[in-house]
Design a protein around this ligand. Structure first.
Ligand code: ZN
Length: 441
């Protein structure tokens, strides 16, 4: 007996509302000062925990995770550059991007010619503040707009400045969140996003918002697979999770990294290392049938946490769903990746495609036609009755004939959709109908 069926269609009015809700969540999370570890990540997870039943896990500093170690926790209080005893010129309170994330503590007086070695700007976009980190190296720095840098430069090389970074590294932990939605089977779909970027909207918050919206949706549906959502710091979070769950990853049947999902660009899917996994076919099918421009790119071991999930030892079927890939939009890793860069309608569109991919995976079963010798007499059984004579009705008739023809226990419904050129949801609805009529098993 099959437990897989169509999800109810998504109402366009609901979709519009989801877009606004996702943008509102991003807006709420934007001011929280996140980093690889520490208070900002905890605060973010605690906020998400008000929406879905998230489990927050703490992995102690120093834990060996494959070739890495969970770093000491960064405790941060304040950072600025000022004239000795005078006004602050660069102040973390004005923009969280001013401080190089995970900088070591500093309390020093430096002449401009030494200070400027620690300053980072982006001359091509002189008003934007870049985002940089000092992860896994003992270093410090400030990021500022090139315009501000030039103003300071004009004051002279010998001018002295006070630099203060009030921070420390302590034996604490790495924090991540996990949400598990049990399905009818233990086999899982993994959905992962990173939560370590401060005040960046597309790179970070869009993925979180889309993941949370999907989790809420799945909680209201019956589903075949179990769904596992990860909210982890990039790279070290994925490495840590994989180390701790090494014995359970065989349950992962399909996976997606969710990132940069809110910009005005078109959808991009990056294939898993396997290249032709079911997730790769499902994502390609949904994007191709969306009728909208899109791009599908091959796996390469640069990018987000697919680098870890698709490392050769794991080689999990995990792809990446995004819009304009990171690094290919000029605002990437700068202060211009802000709440204006992400649009409710783009978030909604990304969400709808993700939901369709999930519905496809969840509904993709293989059946056996119970009347394989010639066609069964469909009219007498009322197979077409529900569909009338509209174009959709004709498409559903075609879908019914395709499903019957290919349901030999060897072809999945995705095979049927790919070979017939019909959208998966239509093939799935045809199968639902044939199951009710006892023509499939
Ligand atoms: Zn990033």
């Amino acid at each position: 007996m099959s437990d897989r069926k169509s999800f109810p269609p998504i109402d366009p009015a609901d979709l519009e509302r989801y877009g606004k809700e996702m943008h509102a969540l991003a807006t709420e999370l934007f001011p929280i000062y996140r980093g690889m570890t520490g208070a900002g990540v905890r605060e973010t997870l605690s906020r998400l925990g008000q929406v879905v039943p998230l489990e927050v896990r703490e992995v102690p500093s120093g834990t060996q995770v494959f070739d890495w170690q969970v770093p000491r926790e960064w405790v941060f209080r304040d950072a600025y550059i000022r004239e000795p005893g005078g006004a602050k010129l660069v102040d973390w309170r004005d923009s969280h991007l001013h401080l190089v994330n995970h900088s070591v503590p500093v309390d020093a007086k430096l002449p401009w010619r030494e200070l400027k070695e620690h300053l980072i700007t982006e001359p091509e976009h002189p008003d934007w503040i870049p985002y940089r980190t000092a992860y896994f190296r003992d270093d410090w720095g400030f990021c500022l707009s090139h315009r501000q840098f030039e103003e300071l430069e004009r004051r002279g090389a010998d001018r002295e400045y006070e630099v203060r970074i009030d921070a420390e590294f302590v034996d604490g932990s790495l924090t991540y969140g996990e949400l598990y939605l049990p399905g009818r089977v233990e086999e899982e779909v993994l959905l992962s996003c990173h939560i370590c970027h401060p005040s960046l909207a597309n790179d970070n918050l869009s993925g979180i918002a889309v993941a949370i919206q999907l989790a809420q949706y799945l909680r209201s549906q019956e589903h075949h697979y179990s769904y596992r959502f990860l909210f982890i710091p990039a790279t070290i979070g994925a490495i840590t999770w994989l180390k701790l769950n090494q014995d359970a990853v065989h349950k992962i049947r399909h996976g997606l990294i969710l990132t940069v999902l809110g910009d005005a660009g078109t959808s991009t899917y990056k294939r898993s290392r396997r290249g032709n996994a079911e997730i790769d076919r499902a994502a390609a099918h949904v994007l191709e049938h969306s009728g909208l421009p899109h791009t599908i790119v091959d796996f390469e071991p640069v990018g987000y946490d697919e680098r870890q999930f698709c490392s050769s030892g794991f080689n999990l079927p995990v792809g990446v769903l995004m819009r304009t890939p990171s690094g290919q939009y000029p605002e990437y890793h700068t202060s211009a990746d802000n709440l204006e860069l992400i649009l409710p309608e783009s978030l909604a569109d990304s969400w709808a495609k993700l939901a369709q991919i999930v519905q496809l995976l969840d509904g993709n079963a293989t059946y056996v036609n119970q009347y394989p010798y010639c066609e069964p007499q469909l009219g007498r059984r009322g197979a077409y009755r529900a569909y009338g004579q509209s174009d959709e009705g004709e498409d559903l008739q075609r879908a019914i004939l395709w499903v019957l023809n290919l349901s030999d226990g060897k072809h999945s419904l995705l095979d049927v959709a790919e070979r017939s050129g019909l959208p998966f949801e239509q093939v799935r609805r045809a199968a639902d109908r044939l199951l009710v009529l006892g023509l499939l098993e």
